[in-house]
Write a protein of this length. Structure first.
Length: 321
């Protein structure tokens, strides 16, 4: 039987729930587990299963990072059927506190603690260390957040920037937008810059090019594109990277995030070499009279798989969150 010296942290997305324990004395993650959300009817089941798996029955407090807006006593996940009731969780597991934060607030905070070896430079620099940082990541959805520097340290800014309107730029973009609008009505950037979004983009490009689709999942599309075995998959992934660059550049200008861009999420580390040789940089820097500003803003891919957990642990110590 352990004493209550550990805290529980979680990073809950549309597909997976990542859990870890944090030793309050050292602040280090341990007992990391990644559980499929579809295996559980509600988050209480997942928490209970995790604690049983790691043999921990005496957690003191918890911080859960969730992929949705965090408002009120009932929090509904965006890309997963779970509803989270923090007060109910706190009472059920006997925690002294249960903090809920947006997953990209956690991701943003986590970039502070990520090892330098897990940051891959894409383009730009040196950046302005006194300016905010942009954190963005395509996964099951598109997460967007920021870090704002203050006298007390970094404060995360939670946003739903993945749900802004997709802004077509080229003739191909216009055609893709038209096809997706017929399917979805309004087209947000998340309809393209996500795992399901890559499938949407691939299918739309197949209609534009008048060729048959061969694949139905983002994994199949990226695998074929990386092998160079399917021209349509390569075109779709190239277009994906270019739109990601343009969208990241737009967000930098909107937020004033000249301190740097940190690209996270499950997709990009797996296509890293493709991204580095793609039109991402062209899309990012192509901002007319603001090009020099974009060229001086560094962009990194974060390859650490547990950035959100690191950020949730940081949030336990950050009174500004």
């Amino acid at each position: 039987m352990s004493t209550k010296c550990a805290s529980l942290v979680a990073d809950i997305g549309g597909t997976h729930a990542r859990f870890a324990l944090v030793d309050e004395e050292r602040g280090q993650l341990r007992a990391i587990e990644v559980l499929p959300c579809r295996h559980y009817d509600h988050p209480e089941q997942a928490v209970a299963d995790y604690l049983e798996r790691v043999g921990e029955d005496s957690v003191g407090q918890a911080c859960l990072a969730v992929a949705c807006p965090v408002r009120g006593a009932r929090v509904k996940m965006t890309n997963n059927p779970w509803c989270i009731y923090p007060k109910q969780l706190q009472e059920q597991f006997g925690w002294s506190a249960c903090k809920l934060i947006n997953d990209f607030s956690a991701m943003a905070l986590g970039t502070i603690r990520v090892p330098e070896a897990c940051l891959v430079h894409v383009c730009g620099g040196p950046g302005d260390p006194t300016s905010p940082r942009l954190v963005m990541g395509p996964g099951t959805g598109l997460g967007v957040g920021a870090l704002v520097p203050t006298r007390k340290g970094w404060v995360p800014l939670a946003t739903e920037g993945g749900h802004v309107d997709y802004a077509p730029t080229t003739e191909l973009d216009v055609e893709v937008h038209r096809l997706l609008r017929e399917q979805f009505g309004r087209v947000s950037v998340e309809r393209i810059l996500s795992g399901p979004g890559l499938v949407n983009l691939y299918r739309a490009q197949s209609q534009v090019q008048r060729v048959s689709v061969r694949f139905s999942t983002p994994e199949e599309i990226t695998s074929a594109a990386l092998r160079g075995s399917d021209a349509l998959a390569m075109d779709a992934l190239q277009h994906f990277c270019e739109i990601l660059g343009r969208t990241a550049g737009n967000a930098v200008l909107t937020q004033g995030s000249y301190g740097g861009v940190y690209l996270c999420g499950g997709i990009l580390p797996g296509i890293l070499d493709f991204l580095l040789n793609s039109r991402f940089r062209d899309g990012f820097e192509d901002k007319g009279r603001m090009r020099s500003l974009m060229e001086s803003t560094p962009v990194y891919v974060v390859t650490d798989a547990y950035t959100g957990l690191r950020g949730a642990a940081e949030a336990l110590r950050n009174d500004e969150v």
